[in-house]
Design a protein around this ligand. Structure first.
Ligand SMILES: C[S@@+](CC[C@H](N)C(=O)[O-])C[C@H]1O[C@@H](n2cnc3c(N)ncnc32)[C@H](O)[C@@H]1O
Length: 244
């Protein structure tokens, strides 16, 4: 049976807004927006890069496309790009590929323990610590080499505890925090916020994902901070713009 677009739309109300008992801390449901505009499908350069990084990423194309567009919009501010939570390098190399294509002078710093998630605690029901250890700095370096990205630098260790000092004098236009748990995400944002240029952006992955309740809590706690505008994207990103 071939479904028409109308058939698909007629079926959506069956799942849209269905409540899910996934978390005791936050309300959850099946989120199906009504909008249909999908610019990532019409962007050939994005699609080629996304296909190249896809085997090395846990992140879907909706979030990857947002990172892609945010690189374009933030590199003109000056400052480097920081990703903490790299795993096999997918999103980090996607951002670096965009920066390179734009001839931006930014270096893209990719920071990971390469030994898995750290600092999991009681705010993080989905994590014990050590998840996503199935990677290595070499694996990320190989992806960066395949994509010919001279603008990537890989830092191995807990961030900021082990490697923050190396970057202490830098300023950043964009920071992608993809560390899954509360304490790690908090340490990263507290480190980067004073180093973020005005107009710069922090993107949190894991915002609203089942099991990542700690990251959602952190973003919500910080949403009232002065000089910051916090946007909830239904794709699972929280996007925070520094305006002062
Ligand atoms: C979900 S994965 C990142 C996914 C990746 N962005 C992608 O494109 O698929 C989370 C990563 O965060 C790393 N991590 C968590 N806390 C960290 C910390 N404080 N410092 C460095 N790496 C950390 C883990 O080692 C793991 O590789």
């Amino acid at each position: 049976m071939t479904l028409t677009p109308q058939d698909v739309f007629n079926a959506l109300p069956i799942v849209r807004d269905a409540r899910l008992a996934l978390s005791t801390a936050m309300p959850c449901s099946v989120v199906v927006p009504f909008a249909t505009y999908s610019p990532w499908l019409g962007d050939a350069e994005f699609q080629a890069t996304y296909e190249a990084i896809r085997p090395n990423s846990l992140v879907d194309q909706y979030r990857c496309y947002e990172l892609w567009r945010l690189v374009e919009q933030t590199v003109r501010l000056g400052g480097d790009i920081l990703e903490v939570g790299v795993w096999r390098g997918g999103t980090g190399c996607l951002m670096a590929a965009r920066a390179k294509a734009l001839r931006a002078p930014a270096t893209v710093y990719l920071c990971d323990t390469f030994k898995g998630v750290v600092k999991a605690g009681d705010k993080d029901p989905g994590y014990k610590g050590g998840e996503h250890a199935d990677t290595s700095a070499d694996m990320v370096g190989a992806l960066a080499a395949r994509l010919m990205l001279p603008n990537v630098r890989i830092l191995e260790g807990v961030f900021p505890d082990d490697t923050g000092d190396e970057l202490a004098a830098h300023s950043f236009a964009l920071c992608h925090i993809d560390v899954d748990v509360y304490k790690s995400a908090r340490a990263v944002v507290e480190w980067v916020w004073p180093r973020l240029v005005v107009g710069g952006v922090v993107v949190y992955d894991d915002y609203g994902f089942a099991g990542c309740d700690g990251v959602t809590q952190l973003v919500n706690e910080r949403a009232g901070q002065s000089g910051a505008l916090t946007l909830h994207n239904l794709n699972g990103h929280a996007v925070v713009v520094k305006f002062a």
